[in-house]
Design a protein. Structure first.
Length: 320
């Protein structure tokens, strides 16, 4: 098996000599090290570019992203590529039975070089993502004795954020933890690969700053995550009941539907109607049919997955 440094070195050498596109592909089963291998290949490629390009500084330490971007200014490309790692991990990785940091999406990283120069300088990059597994949101185990599965890391990082920050996002959020949310389950795991959920939050926050994502945009990201979590707590009637009226899964005195409405900017009764009724037109006349319990739950989960997918896709495009 070739060493990953050798693979990246040969790809760069062939790029310079042949002036043709090069590709590095990693395949394997879950937990085999695909993400780590490609990360080291990327680090090595950028490092080689920096070594022959006086304008490009060395690759920064991903664990110490102290450089922040400001509007109208640009950082070295290596800083942006390094900052992308914690963002991809937080929003695209989760804990599975086989891997504590499993990527639930496919990623294609495109590095752009100026081959008209004999040094083949790195001049840009672009990320493309495919097949985000949003089922990880709604299929998390609720068994407190099982820590073999968690949803996306970013949800747990958000709930480990400073109390004042959580309070500013969500009424009563400073008192909430993962066990309060049906989509997150009763996990006791708070550390992944020597990084706590709280540390991950700060790392992601700094990485977003590096890309120049402003406070309004970040607020929209956090709100979208809150909407996904809150959707999971909306249940139809009591457990094992045929009651079709919306009730809260949580035993909290706060009305989960009203909280969801506040997060989404709509009224609770509008959410109730949208989730429990199907509206259609017959000969120009509006008709409504009450959905059965199973259909409502499926639509709720689909809506949550769609909100997360759109948030993820917007974030990647914003980084590019």
């Amino acid at each position: 098996m070739p060493h990953i440094v050798e693979v990246s070195a040969l790809a760069y050498k062939d790029l310079i000599e042949t002036k043709r596109d090069q590709s590095i592909i990693a395949t394997g089963v879950s937990g085999s090290g695909k993400t780590e291998s490609l990360r080291y290949a990327l680090y090595h490629l950028v490092g080689m570019c920096a070594a022959i390009d006086d304008d490009q500084p060395p690759y920064p330490d991903c664990d110490d992203l102290t450089v922040h971007n400001t509007p109208g200014t640009y950082l070295p490309l290596s800083a942006y590529i390094a900052a992308s790692d914690p963002i991809f991990e937080a929003f695209g990785n989760c804990v599975t039975q086989w891997n504590d940091n499993s990527s639930r999406f496919a990623k294609f990283t495109e590095l752009c070089f100026d081959t008209s120069d004999e040094k083949s300088k790195l001049i840009g990059f672009n990320f493309r993502t495919y097949l985000l597994d949003t089922s990880s949101i709604v299929n998390t185990t609720k068994d407190a004795s099982m820590d073999a599965q968690r949803s996306f890391h970013i949800f747990y990082a958000l709930l480990a954020a400073p109390m004042e920050f959580r309070r500013s996002l969500w009424p009563g959020a400073e008192h909430l933890n993962p066990s309060c949310f049906r989509y997150l389950g009763n996990t006791l795991m708070t550390e992944i690969e020597n990084q706590t959920d709280e540390e991950r939050f700060y790392t992601v926050f700094d990485a977003l700053d590096t890309f120049g994502i402003d406070e309004k945009e970040k607020s929209s990201i956090w709100t979208s995550l809150c909407i996904v979590l809150q959707l999971g707590n909306i249940m139809i009637g009591k457990e094992n009941s045929c009651d079709d009226s919306i009730r809260s899964f949580s035993t909290s005195a706060m009305d989960d539907v009203e909280i969801l409405g506040e997060l989404m900017g709509v009224k609770g009764n509008e959410i109730n109607e949208a989730m429990t009724m199907r509206t259609f037109s017959v000969s120009g006349h509006k008709r409504q049919v009450k959905l059965i319990k199973g259909e409502i739950m499926e639509h709720r989960d689909l809506f949550a997955k769609t909100v997360y997918y759109i948030t993820f896709d917007w974030l990647i495009n914003r980084m590019n």
